[in-house]
Design a protein around this ligand. Structure first.
Ligand code: NAD
Ligand code: IPM
Ligand code: MN
Length: 348
């Protein structure tokens, strides 16, 4: 039994989420998982219609009545403030305390990697992005807005509790999954207060996991190493903003945003799964969005719900699609969103 809240959201979210649901329903029918789905009309359309972004009672229902949330994407050119995305996506991350943003950077087929001579053995990382603080809390302010004397302050929040729990989650994962190493990445050479905290907590937590090799890279060097020598990297733990940036880079190494899934997780509690990509207004409505990132996110959700073997099956099926060129245009194929899903389901 698992209750899943579904928010297709904006743009291509409305194209890829129905395809993800087809895969989940197929697996449910085959394995009797007892999945139930409830759709939530949240996103730009709803906001433009009646001003609603994220009703508090819906957030309370997510927390109390669901095991997982499946989200497409949020972002619409008609809502330049992006206030609905802030309330729905960041609101869920903060209010449901989804402190682990788990973003695998796993190349499934060498031909889609932009790096010369690198294949699935070299590109296999897992990023633990801190997801509840950092530069994302909106704490700060503006003074003398719109004048020549304007001041704008965006404060980075790093709490001992927040830093420790994400670093610990990375080490726990490394141990459980028998990974090779944990790399912590920050910018302590420039950010003397918050990232000094990261340095000290990392050393303390690493000492509790003597069986797991660990090291540190400044985030600028991490970005370089991900491209130059991705095989050096395995589990990576970093701040909210740095994690956002390096996982789009990571998506490129995997073959693009159409192949990157993610989980916003509080272990043991309701958690939210989504593709890393956004609403892609440039291709929305054409039926050509790549649904595979959503499939991989659905796989991560199934692991969260206690079915890791089904995540492995989805990954294998995605590998099969990639090997046979059953892909959308941005990967050099000619299939539609629906055809890619049909091919994938036929492998399951
Ligand atoms: P984007 O990820 O939507 O698109 C970037 C590029 O990648 C575009 O060229 C797009 O066509 C392509 N792309 C993305 N996903 C694809 C897919 N599945 N198949 C094929 N091509 C794909 O990023 P953006 O254009 O910077 O953002 C658009 C909107 O989405 C913005 O409002 C942004 O804030 C929002 N956004 C939301 C989320 C989220 O909800 N988690 C994540 C990122 C961006
Ligand atoms: C992501 C997105 C979001 C983020 C945006 C839409 C606020 O880019 O999920 O990666 O920065 O976290
Ligand atoms: Mn992002």
């Amino acid at each position: 039994m698992a209750r899943i809240a579904v928010i297709p959201g904006d743009g291509i979210g409305n194209e890829v989420i129905p395809e993800g649901l087809r895969v989940l329903r197929h697996l449910d029918g085959k394995h009797g998982l007892g999945l139930t789905f409830e759709h939530f009309d949240l996103g730009a359309e709803r906001y433009l219609r009646d001003g609603t972004t994220m009703p508090p009672e819906v957030m309370a229902r997510f927390r109390d009545e669901f095991d997982a949330i499946l989200l497409g994407a949020l972002g619409d050119p008609r809502v330049p403030s992006n206030v609905h995305a802030k309330d729905i996506l960041l609101g869920s991350r903060f209010q449901l305390d989804l402190y682990v943003n788990l973003r695998p950077v796993r190349l499934l087929d060498a031909r889609y990697c932009p790096l010369k001579g690198k294949g699935p053995d070299e590109v296999d990382m897992v990023v633990f992005r801190e997801n509840t603080e950092g530069l994302y809390t909106g704490i700060g302010g503006q003074f003398k807005r719109g004048t020549e004397d304007e001041v704008a302050i965006e404060q980075e929040i790093n709490t001992r509790k927040g830093v420790e729990r994400i670093i610990r989650a990375a080490f726990e994962y490394a141990r459980a999954q028998k990974r090779r190493s944990v790399c912590m990445s920050d910018k302590a050479n420039a950010m003397r207060h918050g990232h000094d905290l990261w340095q000290r907590v990392f050393k303390l937590v690493a000492a509790e996991y003597p069986d797991i090799p660990s090291f540190h890279l400044y985030v600028d060097v991490l970005a370089m190493e991900m491209v130059r020598a991705p095989e050096r990297l395995d589990v990576i733990v970093t701040t909210n903003l740095f994690g956002d940036i390096v996982t789009d880079l990571g998506a490129a190494l995997q073959g693009g945003l159409g192949l990157a899934g993610s989980g916003n997780i509080h272990p043991g509690k309701v958690s939210l799964f989504e593709p890393v990509h956004g609403s892609a207004p440039d291709i929305a409505g054409q039926g050509i969005a790549n649904p595979l990132a959503t499939m991989l996110a659905c796989g991560m959700m199934l692991t969260h719900l206690g079915h890791p073997e089904l995540e492995a099956q989805i990954q294998d099926a995605v590998r099969g699609n990639l090997a046979d060129g059953q892909v959308t245009r941005e990967l050099g194929g000619s299939m539609s969103t629906k055809d890619v899903t049909d091919a994938l389901i036929s492998r399951l």
